[in-house]
Design a protein around this ligand. Sequence first.
Ligand code: SF4
Ligand code: SF4
Length: 116
Amino acid sequence: MSLANACLTCGACCSSFRVSFYWGEATGAPNGYVPSELTEAGYHPHLICMQGTNQKQPRCVALQGEIGQSVSCSIYADRPSPCREFDMSIDGSNPSCDKARSKFGLLPLISVIEVA
Ligand code: SF4
Ligand code: SF4
């Protein structure tokens, strides 16, 4: 599997951090798109978070599959902004991705330079 698909065999970030975002992104608000039934109250009146991520051992309720094996996001097209903005780390470009992968015993992703 190429680096482009590495997230499909990972899912570590969906089980490592509180996924917190502005309440207006959820379907309870006009023009919201994240399913409100999968969210819960956050630490601030204007913030909500994905269910399951606001706990000591987070796991987003929308994450399907087994971390490090095969995973998918059940609301991928409607996922909240923190998920859209979280980049896969290649060669250390996103230390938070590396940190999440490490938590599950997954190595950092590195690019491979092909030599002719
Ligand atoms: S931790 Fe990094 S590689 Fe794993 S799913 Fe998240 S962004 Fe993708
Ligand atoms: S909404 Fe999807 S991409 Fe975002 S944390 Fe949950 S499972 Fe991961």
